[in-house]
Write a protein that binds this ligand. Structure first.
Ligand SMILES: [Zn+2]
Length: 362
């Protein structure tokens, strides 16, 4: 009968000592005692006993410097519509985008990742709106660089927002053409850079797209414009809030499994990253982040390249929704999620939490 704490401790110790004796055939374990490396000389809880100790020995931390915020620009004026599926994020017309960009700069976030949501009338089968000099992204970039030059403007380079079927390139008999599409992507990237984009981020997961972009930019004299490659981008359902409501470019048919990666694969991600580095990527990316931290870790360990990870809309929406019904604390889970990406090896985190996290870190 256990009647007080002392007897519990005594019972546990007796039990443990019996088990140990049985396990090692009657020999008392001596490891750790003479050397001083085991218990009781070693008590890992000593450095966890208060916040000052914990801060001193903390291995990884999140900085505002690590963050990039995705933003969605739409045609029109005076528009700031919350995106239901990604609460706290907005469709912004260029005037409102500038206001938002100033706020982002003021909280210290280094950069934004810009997505265009064009007028549906401007979509066609060849994605010509993607590289139009007066396209929504090109206009927005010019306005941003004019009004908020301190903020890094990274532009997402893909065609899915500009095709009528919302596939990431040119289709032939339902199949996404690789080489024809990559040339349109290169042309699109060039138009972004000509408008003033500081860095382009090709997202289509086509073979050879990094080489195509690099050559096109170099030929036009933009040898110093870096490329952040969506190198290991998985065919994930975690993008649904983004496509359904963020860019409003849900596929008319089919899926993206012929170009984005199978989520069962990990070695293949390393081959994708190696190819992008060889073709001239300056930063490589793993997308999504949370279910793919093993890939982030491997990518950092194997390549030691500047590494980004994209904490995608579905990851954001899950935490946000759980917080709304009182299941999780949004701020605490947000920090736990973001730190896990740093711990895995990410240098850069693209996240819809960026503003909220930056405010916590200030
Ligand atoms: Zn796309």
């Amino acid at each position: 009968m256990i009647t007080d704490n002392k007897s519990v401790v005594t019972l546990v110790e007796e039990n443990m000592s019996q088990q140990r004796t049985q396990t090692i055939g009657g020999l008392a374990p001596s490891y750790g005692r003479e050397s001083g490396t085991g218990f009781p000389a070693r008590r890992l809880r000593r450095l966890r006993q208060n916040d000052r100790f914990r801060r001193l020995v903390r291995e990884h931390s999140l900085s505002i410097d690590d963050l990039i915020l995705p933003l969605f620009v739409v045609p029109g004026h005076g528009i700031k519509h919350e995106i239901n599926a990604i609460p706290g994020n907005y469709h912004l017309s260029i005037d409102k985008l500038i206001e938002e960009a100033k706020e982002i700069r003021d909280v210290g976030i280094p950069g934004i990742l810009l997505f265009g949501v064009p007028d549906p009338k401007e979509k066609d089968l060849l994605a010509t709106g993607a590289y139009a000099p007066n396209g929504i992204v090109q206009q927005a970039v010019r306005a941003l660089k004019r009004n908020v030059p301190e903020l890094l403007v990274v532009t997402d380079v893909c065609l899915c927002e500009y095709t009528t079927h919302s596939h990431c390139g040119i289709l032939q008999d339902g199949y996404l053409l690789n080489d024809a599409s990559k040339d349109v992507l290169a042309r699109t990237a060039l138009s972004h850079v000509q408008a003033g984009s500081d860095m382009v981020a090709p997202a289509a997961m086509l073979d050879g797209q990094i080489r195509a972009l690099r050559q096109t930019l170099d030929d036009d004299g933009f040898v110093n414009t870096p490329i952040m490659a969506y190198s290991a981008k998985y065919a994930s359902k975690l993008y649904d809030p983004f496509f359904k409501e963020g860019t409003q470019s849900t596929l008319s048919h089919g899926d993206k499994k012929t170009h984005q990666m199978d989520f069962s694969n990990s070695n293949e991600a390393m081959r994708e990253i190696a190819m992008d580095i060889e073709e001239g990527a300056d930063i490589v990316m793993v997308k999504p982040a949370l279910y793919y931290l093993d890939i982030v870790y491997r990518a950092k360990t194997e390549f030691q390249m500047p590494l980004a990870t994209y904490n995608v809309s579905g990851e954001y929406a899950m935490i946000d929704a759980a917080a709304r019904i009182g299941r999780l604390d949004k701020k605490l889970i947000m920090m736990e999620a973001l730190i896990s990406m740093k711990r895995a090896g990410a240098d850069i985190i693209i996240t819809y939490f960026a503003k909220e996290a930056a405010k916590e870190l200030q």
